[in-house]
Design a protein around this ligand. Structure first.
Ligand SMILES: Cc1ncc(COP(=O)(O)O)c(C=O)c1O
Length: 372
């Protein structure tokens, strides 16, 4: 069997090893939270916001965001229908209702036009995702939010380093969250970060993340129903080392995307998802859509790739179809991406020859499964 062409995976260097070893050897006693504090500051500075709360993972950061905004049963939150389910479950944990809307066919991020159509008197917030590292249409989203007095939550889980009109994603909404999970741009196994410029949201999220503990009336006193959502110092050390290498990691992903783009951009029937003018994607997961000119079944292509040890992914199923949710809109663009979308391998250990092999294999499977 040839080399495993992984969908995603990190680049680990001596820097990561030395930070982790330092945290293991010395990150106790007076240094018990040193890397956590450094990570929070580095992340806030990088994105250009005032406050940061590091968490065990991004799902929990998103839940803290939803709680800190006071979302509750009876409230509605407009959510993109195309995402990993953590985006929506974070809202659902509060009891608020997710109203799923369609996506822009060019970036697979939430379509502002569909947001407008979904607003009711119960709408309290918009939860957008910078999907696969492509910035959502922030100008329009912020305009709608201001017009209707809605909160904006940015699920920026995979999008560190992406910019919209020169400004980092994660700095636009009332609150934003990033992930350090193993398939992301900067990786610590598990790990998340909540960012905000709003001191009240920050204070509330910090308190909720540490069991509501205030010590106000006694040591161990808790003032509200909180959670144990904090990150640990060793994980934070790994995340910090990765964040300090983010420019190098971004350049690598962009290079891999460029190889795909060069090889596939002129193939009839393949639409490559690219950054829009004025936006910089971080190309965390290079993706494409098979249009109707390609009759091959998408899942047969993915299965064929897997047999060659190439690990690509299908588009997300629409969350509005999951048993725990109600579907209000059918969302045809998301439905099409669900059925015809492919995200290609872009692990940090891949090189140009690997991408060439993926593209050749993909094209020959398309040809074979089309019966041509
Ligand atoms: C868009 C999106 N939101 C949230 C998450 C959850 O992140 P984590 O695994 O750190 O909880 C992910 C992870 O894949 C994601 O892709």
């Amino acid at each position: 069997m040839n080399k495993k062409i992984s969908f995603a995976g990190p680049s680990i260097t001596a820097k990561e090893v030395s930070y982790v070893m330092d945290a293991v050897n010395h990150g106790w006693y007076e240094n018990y939270d040193q890397y956590i504090k450094r990570l929070e500051k580095a992340c806030a500075d990088y994105v250009g916001v005032k406050y940061a709360v590091a968490t065990h993972c991004c799902t929990l950061a998103l839940h803290l965001a939803a709680q800190a905004l006071g979302l509750k049963p009876g409230d509605e939150v407009i959510v993109t229908d195309f995402s990993w389910v953590a985006t929506a479950y974070a809202i659902a944990y509060t009891g608020a209702t997710c109203v799923f809307v369609d996506i822009d066919p060019d970036t697979w991020t939430i379509d502002p036009h569909c947001i407008r159509q979904a607003i009711t008197t119960k709408t309290k917030a918009i939860m957008l995702v910078h999907t696969f590292g492509h910035p959502a249409e922030m100008d329009e989203i912020l305009k709608i939010a201001a017009e209707y007095g809605l909160f904006v939550i940015e699920d920026a889980a995979p999008a560190i380093g992406a910019t919209y009109k020169g400004k980092p994603v994660g700095s636009f909404g009332d609150v934003a969250c990033f992930s350090f999970q193993g398939a992301k741009m900067t990786v610590s196994g598990e790990g998340g970060m909540l960012l905000t410029n709003n001191e009240e949201i920050y204070q509330k999220a910090s308190l909720l993340a540490s069991m509501g503990r205030t010590d106000r009336k006694a040591v161990f006193w808790s003032d509200l129903l909180g959670y144990q959502y904090t990150i640990n110092n060793v994980t934070a050390a790994l995340a910090l080392a990765q964040l300090e290498r983010v420019d190098e990691l971004l350049a690598k992903k962009r290079q891999l995307f460029t190889y795909y783009d060069q090889r596939l951009k002129d193939v009839a029937g393949i639409k490559i998802i690219k950054e829009k003018p004025g936006c910089q994607s971080n190309y965390c997961y290079p993706s494409l859509l098979l249009d109707s000119r390609i009759t091959a079944n998408r899942d047969d292509i993915l299965a064929g790739l897997k047999q060659l040890n190439i690990h690509a992914r299908p588009g997300f199923p629409r969350m509005s179809c999951f048993p725990v949710f109600e579907q209000r809109f059918e969302n045809p663009v998301a439905k099409n991406v669900e059925q015809r979308g492919i995200s290609l391998p872009s692990a940090a250990n891949l090189d140009e020859a690997d991408i060439e092999f993926v593209c050749q294999s993909l094209l020959s499977l398309i040809h074979k499964n089309t019966g041509g």
